[in-house]
Design a protein around this ligand. Structure first.
Ligand SMILES: [Zn+2]
Ligand SMILES: [Zn+2]
Length: 342
């Protein structure tokens, strides 16, 4: 929870920053920069960030050259326990399995749900369990999870519950996120591009693009999320497709919903509900609004929507994983100057 001091510092800082008239990327004084970096560093869980966040030059998705916070996280999230995902038998209850999202609703992906899939989806081809023993077919190795989770599912793993364990992810896999320090508004909300994900929780876990549910169901597989809305992909590690209140929350002004992380365009993401249980009723198609001194920010969608944000209001930063160059995916530009070599 945020202290009173933090609450008063943030609006004051925003005021200072916006008063730097005719802002240029390098016009901030060193003191301003240090304060901004310290503020952002303080929000992230120390155990998940590899190195102290820094401010680096970057090029955003729309080509704007500016400054980004460089935040390097590991795949080892320690804030909350992960799993369970797939039930092992159709007799397993909701405490032995995760959740599934369908048409705006959250379901326990428990044994009863697996048993009932053919009726639920009105498709007799669903048969995820052995009718004699009740045993659920679950991917049980890294190779199986990779083969079952790829877009063209290995036919061997049709009618499987797909589960990748955190131990399948390389130890200390690092991902560096470049998140704009000064959001640059897009003129057009149609430019939805979640290639680098939606954002980053304060515990260092990625808020990912919507799970490709159609493709998953098309091959009669289920890839449940744990109760925190996350599951593991060997390439990304543990990541969220829904916000269910498991992660660090930083109190907002008054009763307004707490913030939970940053979107890839540099705006903050807040939880859905205000302290009194109400939702903001003026959210735009992206899920954001301008609210008093807090400026523009988003509120995460209901977990059942499988879409944490509807779109971005501003140009996005990017994620750098190992040798991959996902920052280049939106264009033919070379990596921004000053970007970490790795
Ligand atoms: Zn996923
Ligand atoms: Zn709000």
């Amino acid at each position: 929870m945020k202290t009173i001091a933090e609450l008063t510092v943030i609006p004051a800082l925003a005021l200072v920053l916006t008063s730097c008239s005719g802002y240029q990327a390098n016009a901030l004084t060193e003191a301003h920069q240090d304060a901004r970096v310290a503020q952002v560093a303080g929000l992230f869980d120390k155990s998940s960030t590899r190195v102290e966040p820094t401010l680096v030059p970057c090029t955003l998705s729309g080509g704007t050259k500016t400054e980004c916070f460089s935040i390097t996280v590991t795949s080892l999230q320690t804030e909350h326990k992960t799993g369970p995902w797939c039930p092992r038998n159709i007799s397993d209850g909701p405490d032995q399995s995760g959740i599934w999202l369908n048409e705006g609703k959250v379901y326990d992906a428990d044994g009863a749900f697996v048993e009932n899939l053919a009726a639920f989806y009105q498709d007799k081809q669903w048969q995820l369990f052995n009718p004699e023993t009740g045993a659920v077919k679950v991917t049980d190795s890294k190779d199986a999870c990779v083969a079952a989770a790829r877009p063209d599912v290995d036919p061997k793993y049709r009618n499987y519950c797909v589960e990748c364990l955190p131990s399948y992810v390389e130890d200390l896999k690092e991902i560096t996120y470049l998140i704009p320090a000064h959001p640059v508004y897009l003129g057009n909300l149609q430019q939805v591009d979640f290639h680098s994900g939606i954002g980053l929780a304060f515990n260092g876990v990625k808020f990912d693009a919507p799970a490709p549910v159609e493709a998953i169901l098309g091959s009669h597989t289920l890839a449940p999320f744990d109760d925190c809305g996350g599951h593991v992909n060997p390439h990304v590690g543990y990541h969220y497709h829904a916000v269910t209140g498991c992660t660090k929350e930083v109190a907002s002004i008054g009763e307004h919903a707490a913030s939970i992380g940053y979107a890839m365009d540099g705006f903050r993401i807040h939880s859905r509900l205000n302290a009194n249980g109400s939702e903001s009723n003026d959210l735009d198609p992206c899920g954001g609004h301008l609210f008093g001194d807090m400026g523009y920010h988003y509120h995460a969608n209901d977990p059942g929507e499988n879409q944490i944000l509807g779109c971005f209001q501003a140009e996005q930063g990017c994620a750098l994983e190992g040798d991959s160059q996902s920052c280049e995916m939106t264009g033919q530009r070379p990596p921004p100057p000053g970007m970490p070599a790795k």
